[in-house]
Design a protein around this ligand. Structure first.
Ligand code: PMT
Length: 410
């Protein structure tokens, strides 16, 4: 089951007999959809070869701090920035000590200091080393620095002793790593997201549509699911594979999207309209393919119902977020849409900008509401969607708190 789709994981491997399990771990992380880059310490290479790790990860393994070739490709700082998660498995007692004290004397420890990504260690060591007071103090220190500690398990050890210190199995590590992406900010809430374009048929083979790939909307739906929400994704026609952990409703036209959204909106806490719904549709779609006769042709168009405005106008409207695709005066038009559609928040993007907006993997957003403007700089849509969802969660909870205090003062 793919649960780490589009997630970027740096797997650090340190010296320990459990390093032999790291190859299987890479394979399972990739099966779950993650893109994995491996960093090995010198000691780790005594237990498993970089060639093996390269073969299973599909990428060159990073070994040295000052490796001219690696630095010209993906250097240690880029790797630190690239990662969504740095997972060190196995993490030796020595490595945990280095992490606790902020040492940076090799590539992996330097990367751990340089990254803003979530971090986790999967300790693996002799049971006496694990129970040693120094190791336990180091674990408390790393835990205080928000590093998750996965395991260890208890049982018979490679050294012949029995006790705690065995690295968790790769399947357990994949599950725990997946859990790192759940922020919990939307725990238990119901979120409906629209994505992609709509297709407005002219006849059975022709139609009106637009350049939306669905990437932004799918990323928003996935970020909401990561944050603990129950998500319904209503998608127009896209080439994207269905995300896991949510209900997907595939539609074609704006009218179908309107119907699907209204069917799922009851009990919904947050609605995010990312879809590029065609504003107009042909008044009547021809039942058969239109034949080429006259030199000119007129197609009468009628307005599609505005899904976003219709949701915001409901008596029990959810917290409603619209997107705005603009080519000029982005903030001004976003403000107009905020008012006209009576929504809580508009996420505006400049779709005339190169390398962001439609079709691209990247985007930048201007979040406009009655409190002001927040600028989210250009970044990968996956990351951007996570930040957007955290902003939405904050604003949703703040609105709820403000309403509660208003009732309390009545
Ligand atoms: O799909 P990608 O390739 O990743 O590209 C992402 C995107 C550029 C499509 C996305 O970021 C975006 O801007 N989506 C909104 C596109 C759009 O239709 O903007 P608009 O300004 O025309 O509409 C404003 C809002 O009203 C949107 O939330 C839209 O979903 C909603 N709307 C519009 C018309 C309509 N009939 N019903 C609606 O609900």
């Amino acid at each position: 089951m793919a649960t780490l789709v589009h997630k970027r994981i740096v797997l650090g491997v340190t010296g320990g007999i459990a390093a032999y399990k790291s190859a299987d771990l890479v394979r399972r992380l990739r099966d779950a959809g993650a893109d994995v880059r491996v960093v090995m310490t010198q000691a780790a290479t005594e237990f498993i070869t970089p060639l093996t790790m390269q073969a299973v990860s599909g990428h060159p393994v990073h070994l040295h701090m000052l490796d001219a070739e690696a630095e010209s490709g993906m250097g240690h700082i880029e790797l630190a920035r690239w990662a969504d998660v740095v997972l060190v498995a196995p993490a030796s007692a020595n490595f945990i000590a280095k992490l606790a004290h902020g040492r940076a004397d090799d590539l992996l420890s330097t990367l751990c200091l340089a990254t803003e990504a979530r971090m986790a260690v999967a300790p693996a060591m002799n049971q006496q080393m694990w129970q040693n007071a120094a190791t336990q103090a180091n674990l408390i220190a790393v835990h205080k620095n928000s590093v998750a500690v996965f395991g260890p398990a208890s049982g018979s050890q490679a050294c012949g002793e029995v006790g705690p210190g065995r690295m968790l199995e790769p399947t357990e590590l994949v599950e725990l790593t997946t859990g790192l992406f759940t922020s919990g900010s939307l725990e238990g809430l119901r979120v409906v997201v629209t994505a992609g374009p709509t297709w407005e048929a002219i006849d059975p083979v022709r139609g009106i549509t637009n350049r939306s790939s669905g990437r932004m909307g799918y990323a928003v739906a996935e970020a909401a699911a990561e944050a603990g929400a129950n998500v319904v994704l209503v998608s127009g026609p896209t080439m994207l594979t269905d995300p896991e952990r949510m209900t997907i409703v595939r539609v074609s036209s704006g009218r179908e999207m309107y119907a699907a959204v209204h069917e799922h909106i009851s009990g919904c806490d947050i609605f995010v309209g990312v879809a590029a719904v065609c504003d107009y549709r042909p008044k009547k779609a021809a039942a058969q393919k239109l034949k080429k006769h006259a030199d000119t042709m007129t197609i009468e168009l009628v307005k599609n119902e505005d899904i976003l405005a219709s949701i915001a106008a409901l008596a029990e409207a959810p917290f409603t977020v619209g997107f705005a695709a603009e080519t000029e005066n982005v903030e001004g038009y976003a403000r107009t849409k905020l008012k006209e559609k009576a929504v809580d928040l508009i996420a505006a993007n400049d779709v005339s900008a190169q390398g962001s907006g439609f079709e691209s993997d990247y985007n930048r957003l201007l979040l406009v509401d009655k409190h002001g403007v927040i600028e989210l700089p250009r970044q990968h849509k996956t990351q951007l969607a996570r930040t957007l969802i955290e902003c939405i969660a904050q604003k949703y909870h703040a609105k709820g708190a403000a309403q509660d205090s208003r009732y309390a003062h009545r």
